[in-house]
Design a protein around this ligand. Sequence first.
Ligand code: FES
Length: 156
Amino acid sequence: MNLPEGIKSWLTVGETAARSGVAVSTLHFYEEKGLIRSTRTGGNQRRYARDVLRRVSFIRVAQRVGIPLSDIAAALSALPDGRTPNREDWTRLSSGWRAQLDERIDQLKKLRDSLGDCIGCGCLSIDKCRLRNPGDKLAERGPGPHRLLVAGDTSS
Ligand code: FES
């Protein structure tokens, strides 16, 4: 990797933690889970290839939007071994996630926009429930907030 003068291609665990914003213990945890990998110096110290910063950032943001670690691990396992993933590799990864991310975006938008209205949960506690869910008619569809869930949500 041709890096500008002074830019290191291998980072210590401390440098990786500082630049990525995650704790050293979290990096160790990610490594235990096989999400990232390090190499060892002659003195048995961990060193991370600089592209680990992208992986760690990807993991952090994916977790922040609620994507389970197992899904993140599966996605990262699609990246090539033994070389730095390039833009095409990451684009391929993200295209595999597009449907899942779109559904999450739809759910977040619905959550953002629906809390001022009846969500069809059965509580009948706000004035709009009388109109949107008279007598909890939506219970006929089964459990869950039917007016809040996006199409395809099977979590209820
Ligand atoms: S908000 Fe719960 S039934 Fe309307």
